[in-house]
Ligand binder design. Sequence first.
Ligand SMILES: *Cc1c(COP(=O)(O)O)cnc(C)c1O
Length: 301
Amino acid sequence: MNIPNEHIDMPLLTEKGIQLYIKREDTIHPFISGNKYRKLKYNLLEAKKQGKNTLLTFGGAFSNHIAATAYAGKEQGLKTIGVIRGEELAFKWQDNPTLQLAHRHGMEFYFVSRSDYRLKSEPAFLQQIRERFGDVYLLPEGGTNALAVKGCTEILTDADAKFDYICSAAGTGGTVAGLINASLPHQTVLGFPALKGDFLIEEIRTFVQNKRWQLVTDYHFGGYAKVDQQLVAFINLFKSKTGIPLDPIYTGKMLFGIFDLIKRDVFQPGTQILAIHTGGLQGIEGMNHILKKKNLPLLDV
Ligand SMILES: *Cc1c(COP(=O)(O)O)cnc(C)c1O
């Protein structure tokens, strides 16, 4: 699959002599967008190879991975079960566009408390899951495992050799790990975590074979799924100038960060940057629900 890189033309880029391109992985598929398609690809093949008929995975109420797994399962004739963080959602998941979408694609939900959710990788919890749901193919939260990282190496192609920096948003780090493994010796991968905390460095290290990467941790906007008016204004401006929609949880924060680094002259004139649009656009509607409740400006759709 050959996904086009789109050249971005904005005054700041011209002024600073920076070439910025965006790889439109968000155009891969309306529901399995961007990196979630890459991460599921080899896992779906493996599930079938093992003769499993059910995929079970984990996520929060906004999870693009939950939405993508539901759709992929339906497409591949596999049952899907989502273990969802937050017991309270059992009574109001119908208000959540991501969960609605997943449900429409046939996903069954199992809502667990935040404290139980934290135990989701413990053997005892997994044993309980297997007793309850049978012989399922387990995908970890965010879909990150070795097969997912392998899928993400396919984001980069030979034509991307000209870039100096490859940038991607990071949640669990699987996508960044794939990009690192696929990068060339003259390239540096920059990961922009959407969450607070340092756990990502160790997680990424377990999957990668080189050290040409760095995490830029200043642009999480207070944590996962947190936004402010400045970020919303940036996303709306970016869309109006380039026609490219960004999601508020991952790609909006990454591009805000890239522009801020450019403003602060972190990159030499002449630098060529490739930013991966990892998708996530299904999350805009859910974020607008929240912004509306708080009487804040909405994301343009
Ligand atoms: C899930 C997701 C990410 C994070 O991917 P990881 O592999 O978990 O780091 C980034 N961007 C978007 C749009 C996503 O949906």
